[in-house]
Design a protein around this ligand. Structure first.
Ligand code: XIL
Length: 332
């Protein structure tokens, strides 16, 4: 493996190449060197970093940032405001009833101030708001939206900017290749811009699969967001070997060669596309490192064996790896 070119060098003139992980584990060191940016997969989420009122746990994120800095890597913050992995107390009063708008916004501000200012510009950019649009393109009916309407989004961006003026601010969501959902997210970005609220980039979560979305839809998403003048990032890339409607556990014993080749082919097509847009794409981040620890082994089917990443369960490079390393040269 030692003579293999590194992904970050191959794409040095195109975009940053990232991975998600809470800790830099020594057994993955030979894979970690392929990347020049890391996103904490869970450690900076509200439930981890701020599990109870007034209680903050920063140790894991502190360590990750230190380990990244030692390696000359950048760090992305994920995520400040989300409906998942946020403790129930955030939205409730002591009697368990929904809090009012001012209380919720005050809690959000305190959280953003504390977390963003702790790291300042040691974090390159934050996913300020995550997944606020529903699959039909309407706003997601989360407690955030039900209690404050659009206000939580507008204030989150403003308060993050105040807490650290030189950290980049992103909106991050999945399903943005789908025209309906994309419309909702585009409206959201425009709404912030119209109000003079700074937003620097949009993260297109790349939770794709072996069949969908089409390359044409991904291309359209990149073009549409770039047209708003924001940076585009592919933030959570993985390519499930199961189409969305497939719920069986078909590949527990290993990935058949034809499926593995098809996956590699799609990775090659995606990276050819990303390269075409290297003027607007700032970063491509894989969601995990090896197939062994990928979240896709538990989503959308708990305990199902998936194979969405570039390295297999033993940390060996898959055809997908070679496809990403040389997307033009890749022939299945
Ligand atoms: C996932 C993590 O990978 C899992 O370990 C965790 O159990 C659930 O969250 N969209 C996001 C990510 O923005 O934070 C999610 O990460 C995957 C979907």
């Amino acid at each position: 493996m030692d003579d293999v070119r590194l992904l970050k060098d191959v794409y040095a003139n195109d975009f940053l190449i990232g991975f998600a992980q809470d800790r830099m584990l020594p057994q993955y060191e030979h894979l970690i060197r392929h990347f020049n940016v890391v996103t904490p997969e869970n450690a900076a989420k509200w439930e981890r970093v701020h599990p109870q009122p007034g209680v903050y746990h920063f140790a894991v994120v502190d360590q990750l940032i230190e380990d990244a800095e030692k390696r000359g890597m950048k760090v992305i913050g994920h995520t400040l405001v989300w409906h998942n992995q946020t403790p129930a107390w955030v939205f409730q009063d002591e009697g368990g009833n929904p809090v009012d708008r001012d209380t919720l916004l005050a809690r959000m501000k305190e959280h953003i101030d504390t977390v963003v200012s702790r790291y300042g510009s040691r974090i390159k950019g934050w996913d300020v708001v995550n997944e606020a649009v529903a699959d039909d393109g309407q706003m997601r009916q989360s407690p955030w939206f039900q209690i404050t309407g659009f206000e939580f989004i507008e204030r989150a961006f403003e308060w993050a900017a105040q807490a650290c003026p030189d950290v980049e601010l992103y909106y991050n969501d999945y399903g943005l290749a789908d025209p309906k959902k994309r419309r909702g997210a585009l409206d959201l970005v425009r709404r912030l811009q119209d109000k003079g609220i700074r937003i620097d980039g949009v993260g297109i979560q790349g939770h794709f699969d072996i069949e969908n979305p089409s390359i044409a839809d991904v291309r359209q998403a990149i073009e549409d967001f770039a047209a708003l003048g924001v940076k585009v990032m592919i933030t959570e890339l993985d390519l499930s070997v199961y189409p969305w409607s497939e719920r069986r556990n078909l590949y527990a014993g290993g990935l058949p060669e034809d499926v593995s080749r098809k996956q590699a082919q799609r990775y090659a097509e995606l990276f050819r596309l990303f390269r075409e847009y290297n003027q607007v794409i700032d970063r491509v981040t894989f969601w995990g490192i090896t197939d062994f620890t990928s979240w896709k082994n538990n989503f959308p089917v708990v305990g199902r064996t998936d194979h969405p990443l570039l390295w297999d369960r033993e940390g060996q490079p898959k055809p997908a790896f070679w496809a990403v390393l040389d997307p033009d040269g890749y022939a299945p």
